[in-house]
Design a protein around this ligand. Structure first.
Ligand SMILES: Cc1ncc(C[n+]2csc(CCOP(=O)(O)OP(=O)(O)O)c2C)c(N)n1
Ligand SMILES: [Mg+2]
Length: 514
């Protein structure tokens, strides 16, 4: 046994059994050790942003961490944006960052970098296992730390000599932390405040938006309390049989207009709402003036228990409202639009599907119609760093092999981590990838006006247009091993999407909307 064997044994002993990897020389011991541990599923990702986003998708669906295997500081750096999204999703995730042998660090070889500083701001926990005997205990610490609460990425640095040196420590079990329920004082205070308010709102996020939390939130809605969910939620059920809360509006002025007159905002599993960006002369904080802000359950607490206790304290009914099953009866016709795609998706999405959403300006057309589709779950872009939905779908499909996964992407967003298509094909994952090809960063054309930056002239337009040269999405997907079709009409999308939902395995659809 060497440190690398101990690491994988410890990960497996703590149910970390998927490894999204892009290895290098310093990780060769870990790679070799995988052969002795067939329970660990190695998944090669051809860019670290794919590996980290996949580990996020896995953690969101499995409620336990996957690990990544990353090559020193630069490998980690390539994976940073999706680790940022994972941190904002509070997803348990263990990065194994390979490093030079401890005695080699002093020579400042080309791949040498200050790994603790690079990984620090985005890791709940960072330690370097500087001897083989340290590896297993630190790996167990890392797994425990990844659960928070509320959870997030952690980074275990693994020097090459710690991996290759012999050790007899063996697997170490992690102590998984629990989420404390909010105090009864907090629940009573919240109940009093709701009774005294004219127009109370409960804002739910994070763990409160999981299926069990939504059941409790629906009871509050049945009692007459307005329930809103955060704009971007890590994992939220949607469709028939589920409660459909309102959504905090994305644009600040729309959010404040929506909240006008609200005199109490209770937070469960989230923090005070703020605008995604600042704009000249527009507010940052999305709490109306004169509205009391109160926390029922912090992110680190058990918000589901908090909602249950509040509903009980208020004498709310046992059951709240849920969505009916209502799918568009007629297949959509005419030009290819996000709305047409949304109609086909609502018609054919199978029960239990998982939607990974990074579809930017095309997303609204899908969301509005899938509210009453077959029950499914949505994983949203929690950290605003686009390029997430292809990687996320990989991890979700590895975690849930019996569920259909649908990855919805803007064409700009898809290009960030397009290498993930190869992994979907190589692992034969049951993922349908849709790319909304408008050949533009369309949202930024909207933002140009909103920020007061003005109209796009020829130089500005060059930074917002993707049409020259036009990306051939079908050729791109086929080159990485996926069957692929281009849909220029609603009719052709309907046929392609229905077919994709009927079969099992990888499929790529270009929705040609521009
Ligand atoms: C990592 C990262 N880089 C840049 C941005 C800025 N950004 C936000 S949306 C966007 C373009 C999205 O374009 P696309 O995916 O084609 O969607 P569309 O707006 O066309 O619907 C960019 C570049 C970002 N959010 N994250
Ligand atoms: Mg686009």
């Amino acid at each position: 046994m060497n440190g690398a064997d101990d690491l994988i044994e410890t990960l497996l002993a703590n149910e970390v059994d998927a490894c999204f990897a892009n290895p290098g020389t310093s990780e060769m011991q870990f790679v070799a050790a995988l052969d002795g541990q067939p329970k660990m599923r190695p998944v090669l990702c051809l860019f670290e942003g794919v590996a980290t986003g996949a580990a996020d998708g896995f953690g969101r669906m499995a409620d336990r961490p996957a690990c990544t295997l990353l090559h020193l500081g630069p490998g980690y750096g390539n994976g940073l944006a999706n680790l940022h999204n994972a941190r904002r999703a509070y997803t348990p995730l263990v990065n194994v960052v390979g490093d030079h042998a401890t005695y080699h660090r002093q020579y400042d070889a080309p791949l040498n970098s200050d790994i603790p500083t690079i990984v620090g701001p985005n890791s709940l926990w960072v330690k370097s296992a500087d001897s083989a005997d340290d590896v297993a205990p630190l790996a167990a610490e890392a797994v425990a730390a990844s659960f928070g609460p509320p959870g997030g990425p952690v980074s275990l640095i693994l020097p090459a000599d710690s991996a290759w040196t012999e050790t007899n420590v063996g697997a170490v079990k992690a102590q998984k932390p629990s989420r404390p329920a909010p105090s009864s004082d907090a629940v009573e205070a919240a109940a009093r405040a709701v009774r005294g308010a004219k127009k109370p709102v409960v804002l739910i996020g994070g763990q409160a938006c999981r299926a069990e939390g939504m059941v409790q939130a629906a009871r509050l809605a049945a009692h007459g309390v307005r329930v809103l969910a955060d704009t971007f939620v890590a994992r939220q059920p949607r469709g028939a049989g589920h409660f459909q809360p309102g959504r905090m509006q994305y644009f600040g002025e729309a959010a404040l207009a929506d909240l006008a007159g609200t005199d109490l905002m209770l937070l469960a599993g989230t923090t005070q709402p703020v605008a995604f960006f600042a704009y000249p002369d527009r507010p940052s904080l999305l709490v109306p003036e004169g509205c009391d802000l109160m926390t029922l359950a912090a992110r680190s607490e058990d918000a589901i228990e908090g909602l249950r206790a509040l509903a009980d304290a208020l004498g709310a009914p046992k059951d709240g409202p849920v969505q009916p099953l209502k799918r568009p009866e007629a297949p959509p016709t005419g030009p290819m639009t996000p709305q047409a795609a949304g109609a086909s998706i609502a018609r054919h999405l199978p029960e239990g599907a998982i939607i990974c959403d990074d579809s930017v300006t095309s997303g609204g057309g899908v969301a509005s119609q899938t509210n009453t589709a077959a029950p499914h779950e949505v994983l949203a872009l929690t950290g605003g760093a686009i390029g997430q939905a292809i990687p996320l779908s990989i991890g979700a499909a590895v975690a849930c092999p019996d569920r259909k996964v649908l990855s919805l992407n803007g064409d700009g967003a898809a290009m960030y981590t397009v290498q993930g298509l190869w992994t979907i094909a190589r692992e034969n994952l049951d993922v349908t990838v849709v790319v909304f090809a408008n050949h533009a960063y369309r949202i930024l054309n909207i933002e140009l006006g909103r920020t007061g930056a003005g109209e796009a002239g020829p130089s500005a337009a060059k930074l917002l247009d993707l049409g020259d040269p036009r990306i051939d999405w079908v050729a791109m997907a086929k080159s990485m091993g996926l069957p692929a079709v281009r849909c220029e009409t609603a009719e052709s999308f309907e046929t392609a999407f229905a077919g994709a939902m009927r079969q099992k395995g990888p499929m790529f659809i270009e929705a040609a909307i521009g």
